[in-house]
Design a protein around this ligand. Structure first.
Ligand code: ATP
Length: 206
């Protein structure tokens, strides 16, 4: 089967920058955030399941998922959160897997922001996990600069996620993003070479 790499990293660690760099090498990247949106798109079986469980109050005026209403609902009710996730997460995993399997590139990447939080075990089809790693102080600086939020909120967002160490613990490969974007591109080019070689080796196996 095709080599599939799971890519993860904390908020503002550079996942978007890194995936763009892989795409520039012709690599197909399937994105969990996009897949999560598609899993409950208008007309999807996922949205139907959400309505079956939560009622028509889960729908916005346009017939799509009322994200704000659902956010409030699961914030107040952990069981509702579990049930909503039980609808969405398996669909997201399946969508990522089939997009990667169908990819026309030598290997494929599944970008999964919350891979460390959700657990790698839910993704037995990932051959390797690539973690984008930044020192927390630099992550904070980039988050503040990009989103224009205050220091307190940024700290809260970072500490709501898995720790840097917990993320590194699931890594097979680490992509440091502590220098320039040009340096990141160069590291991605080197990883791309490695992954292509690995994929070619897999293709030779019976
Ligand atoms: P999110 O978790 O919010 O989706 P992300 O992990 O996709 O974020 P990016 O959006 O790629 O992170 O990067 C966060 C911010 O840091 C962006 O403004 C990006 O331009 C900047 N950035 C990323 N890498 C570097 C770098 N090596 N040098 C300077 N700025 C960088």
């Amino acid at each position: 089967s095709r080599l599939i790499i799971g890519l993860t990293g904390g908020i503002a660690s550079g996942k978007t920058a890194a995936t763009r760099a892989f795409e520039a090498h012709g690599i197909v990247v399937a994105d969990a955030d996009l897949a999560a949106r598609e899993a409950v798109a208008v007309g999807s079986a996922g949205l139907e399941a959400v309505v079956a469980r939560f009622g028509a109050g889960a729908l916005a005026a346009d017939g799509g998922l009322d994200r704000r209403a659902m956010r409030e609902r699961i914030f107040a009710d952990p069981e509702a959160r579990t049930q909503l996730e039980a609808i969405i997460h398996p669909r997201v995993r399946e969508a990522l897997r089939s997009a990667c399997e169908a990819a026309g590139s030598p290997y494929a990447i599944a970008a999964i922001p919350l891979l460390a939080e959700g657990g790698r075990a839910a993704y037995p089809w990932l051959h390797r996990v690539l973690v984008i790693d930044v020192p927390v102080a630099l992550q904070m600086d980039r988050l503040l600069a990009r989103d224009g939020i205050d220091h307190t909120l940024a700290t809260r967002m970072i500490s709501a996620q898995a720790s840097r160490d917990a993320r590194l613990a699931i890594a097979d490969d680490v992509l440091p993003n502590d220098a320039t974007l040009a340096a990141l591109d160069a590291r991605v080019a080197a990883l791309d070479q490695r992954y292509r070689a690995l994929a070619a080796g897999m293709a030779l196996q019976p």
